[in-house]
Design a protein around this ligand. Structure first.
Ligand SMILES: [Zn+2]
Length: 402
């Protein structure tokens, strides 16, 4: 335990030693090589960088994860070199917020990082980050989590995002938050045919939709993310609320086991899922924060608040209204799934006061859908129809004093 702490301090020292070089270079770090070796007792992860990386290691429980926070890093790693083995069941890496990247090691059993150090390569070409993980008892892992509690605020700061100041919305401007699903370390689904990555599809659509919305008088749309970065699900909700959004639209293009299923689906939030497909999709979407190594916080108990409950119910009615408006504007124009309005417990749709929908544009598991999802003409057509639906929804709610 003590040795582990001492070694972390060494990690922190390495951090300071590296500061000079990291600051001097404007370009992101480059991770160009990796290897993972070991068995069920200990597993070593070695990652090669062009410069000495400044890093920070911490643990997250349920499931057991080791998080390695890094400055902005471009990962030029071969997928097969980062394949999980030994004690590890999954390895993810990618961008987090601005200027930071992350590696998440998910373990099959409780583990401890017994060594974490940066060494220069023998040939002086670069630096190696060496992490040794060892199996520990549940109790030892719980102690590790407890011991790092004092760094809680640091962790929050690292994963947090500086949100833009609240804009002064002109009177009557209808503000729409457009949320490109996934991003950074969380790639989302991957297309079966051409390996299309969901986070890229959603961002391309989100940008296009914002353009189409902003062409309409009285509507001001903005993106929750405008780059390949990770946002936690609560952060997405928070960004929409801070900017006083009147609507929140989260865009996705997931995969299903049933490859023949295709077409767009509009989801709204509900405690009880409309069907099995909706329930499993929400379950997978809600894993986004786990993939990125964000510890799920115990949300404050707001349940007893009657006013909030009323707001929620009203918001939900607006969300359902929007979903129906979108479905009818897509009908005959865009391929829809059977029962295109479905509902489930999506965490990203949780804003109590912002009507929110999640739109599955189509499925990357379906050949035909995948072709459409990367087609700019189809994207433009869908964006225009969607912007039209938002316009109709706005007119209807304004007429009803909403
Ligand atoms: Zn998704």
């Amino acid at each position: 335990m003590l040795t582990a702490m001492v070694r972390y301090l060494c990690g922190a020292l390495a951090l300071c030693v590296a500061c000079g070089s990291a600051l001097a270079a404007d370009s992101p770090l480059l991770a160009y090589g990796a290897r993972i070796a070991g068995d069920d007792a200990r597993t070593r992860v070695v990652i090669e960088f062009d410069r000495a990386p400044d890093f920070f290691v911490h643990y997250v429980a349920d499931p057991v994860r080791v998080i390695i926070d890094l400055p902005e890093t471009s990962f030029g790693l071969k997928e097969e070199d980062m394949e999980a083995r030994g004690l590890l069941s999954d390895i993810r890496y990618g961008a987090m917020g601005a200027g930071s990247s992350r590696i998440v090691l998910t373990a099959k059993e409780p583990i401890e990082v017994s060594l974490a150090e940066v060494k220069p390569d023998e040939d002086n070409k670069g630096f190696r980050l060496v992490l040794d993980t060892e199996r520990v008892s549940k109790k030892q892992f719980a102690d590790l989590i407890d011991a790092q509690k004092w760094t809680g605020s640091v962790v929050a700061a690292k994963t947090g995002r500086v949100t833009a100041p609240e804009p002064k919305t002109e009177n009557g401007t209808f503000v729409v938050a457009v949320d490109a699903g996934h991003g950074g370390i969380d790639t989302g689904a991957i297309g079966t045919e051409t390996k299309t990555v969901e986070k890229d599809v959603t961002l391309a659509f989100a940008r296009d939709l914002v353009d189409h919305l902003n062409r309409r008088a009285g509507i001001k749309a903005f993106l929750t993310r405008d780059g390949d970065e990770f946002l936690s699900l609560p952060q997405r909700v928070q960004i929409a609320r801070r900017q006083s959004a009147n609507l929140f639209i989260s865009l996705h293009a997931d995969t299903l086991k049933q490859r023949d299923i295709r077409g767009a689906t509009v989801y709204t939030i509900s405690d009880k899922a409309s069907d099995h497909l909706a329930a499993s999709l929400a379950e997978r979407e809600n894993l986004s924060d786990t993939i990125a190594g964000v510890a799920l916080s115990n949300e404050p108990a707001e349940v007893a608040d009657i006013l909030l409950d009323l707001t929620r119910r009203e918001t939900q009615a607006f969300s359902v209204n929007l979903a129906q408006t979108i479905v009818s504007s897509f009908e005959g124009q865009i391929n829809l799934i059977n029962n295109p309005h479905r509902y489930a417990g999506f965490r990203v749709l949780q804003a109590p006061d912002v009507p929110s929908i999640l739109l599955e544009l189509g499925f990357l598991s379906n050949k035909e859908d995948e072709k459409l999802l990367v087609d700019p003409a189809w994207r433009a057509k869908l964006s225009e129809l969607l912007a039209g639906a938002v316009g109709n929804y706005r007119t209807a709610t304004v007429a009803n004093g909403g």
